[in-house]
Write a protein that binds this ligand. Structure first.
Ligand code: G3H
Ligand code: 13P
Ligand code: ZN
Length: 349
């Protein structure tokens, strides 16, 4: 099956009332782990690469691996997504490679650190939407700013610093025509999100629900949505790791989000933890081993387990065969004749 439009995946998820995990990849083993989980749970899936991942894997290696995943798993709809594009040029280069979806994260300036103005964000996102939709490619935008810094990307600080204003979210969706909207509700990238199990004072599900009420047809995206489970933290620390105690986003809060318009859930950290824990275990228990396959295989298996669990918890499991993929050229026509582009522009009064 060719790579699928992320918009189609999310529209189907909205119809079915479920969410779709978007999992970050940097290498072959991570892609294989996701595909093993998708196959086992019969899930449609979003695979995403950050700018750092594209650089690490030299772009073409990574994209060819995704193409191999699509060829080897024809029954699984896969959307390939640029995570946190920092500029028009970054999104354009992903589209040139064949990505079927891009995130233009105009909440930050091109340096990926400094919060931008609302007008700057609208301007660059609108330009990416025009360019991408002409080519049938999906666009995710972001309004509000997440906390934390990952690989040099992020404003730093707490997740509470730039919570999304629902009025601005409506104006942003109307002015840009994005297919999916990432909002800031108190989460951060990375392992250190909360110092205790989050409650409504730090994880603003009420803001998410308010935005969904105003934009009932816009697919909402939760970033920084790793749950950072204690067992994965313990696994790392048991074998010589040094993670400080921390909390992520509880799965039941994500499920509340899914009941309120969240269709894309970004998860990277949980997989990083699972991989690292598995590798540490092999090193600690069998220090005589040195064949990379001896630790990459359990690492891949550990990530697969996490991804399969999230696919089940988000509700995408079992939905891989629900629909036939619409060719990207047809999707482009849908944007051009208005059947696709008008939907997210309708705000509720
Ligand atoms: O956006 C955050 C993702 O976890 C990707 O992180 O930029 O370190 O690849 P990265
Ligand atoms: P986590 O760091 O919580 O996994 O978030 C990943 C993310 O939002 C990628 O864009
Ligand atoms: Zn993110």
């Amino acid at each position: 099956m060719p790579l699928v439009s992320m918009r189609q995946l999310l529209d189907e998820a909205a119809k079915g009332g479920y969410g779709v995990g978007a999992f970050n990849v940097n290498d072959m083993e991570q892609i294989q782990a996701i595909m093993m989980a998708a196959k086992e749970t019969r899930s449609p899936v979003i695979v995403q690469a950050s700018r750092g991942a594209r650089q690490f894997a030299e772009d073409l290696y990574l994209f060819r691996l995704i193409q191999a995943a699509a060829e080897l798993n024809p029954e699984i709809p896969i959307a390939m997504h640029q995570d946190h594009g920092n500029s028009f040029e970054t999104c354009k280069s992903a589209i040139a490679l064949g990505y079927t979806s891009v995130m233009m994260d105009g909440s930050l300036k091109e340096d990926g650190k400094t919060p931008s103005s609302f007008e700057e964000n609208v301007d660059v996102t609108r330009r990416v939407v025009d360019y991408a939709h002409e080519r049938g490619v999906t666009v995710e935008g972001e309004i509000g700013v997440l906390g934390g810094v990952e690989d040099g990307h992020g404003a730093g600080g707490s997740g509470l610093d730039h919570i999304t204003d629902p009025d601005q979210a409506v104006e942003f969706a109307e002015k840009t025509g994005v297919d999916a909207l990432a909002i800031a509700i108190g989460t951060s990238h990375g392992a250190y999100k909360f110092t205790k199990k989050p409650d409504g004072s730090v994880l603003k599900m009420d803001v998410l629900i308010a935005i969904h009420k105003r934009l009932p047809h816009t697919h909402l995206v939760m970033h920084g949505s790793s749950s950072v489970p204690k067992d994965l933290q313990d696994e790392i620390n048991k074998d010589g790791g040094k993670l400080n105690e921390t909390w992520g986003v509880p799965v039941e809060e994500i499920q509340l989000g899914i009941r309120n318009g969240v269709r894309k859930i970004n998860v990277d950290t949980d997989n990083r933890l699972a991989i690292t824990g598995a590798i540490r275990k092999v090193f600690a228990e069998t220090p005589e081993k040195f064949d990379p396959r001896d630790y990459l295989k359990p690492a891949r298996e550990a990530m697969k387990k996490v991804v399969a669990l999230r696919m089940t918890q988000f509700g995408q499991a079992g939905h891989a065969g629900d629909y036939a993929p619409i060719p990207i050229t047809e999707i482009a026509k849908g944007y051009a004749n208005g059947t696709l582009s008008t939907q997210p522009l309708v705000a509720a009064k």
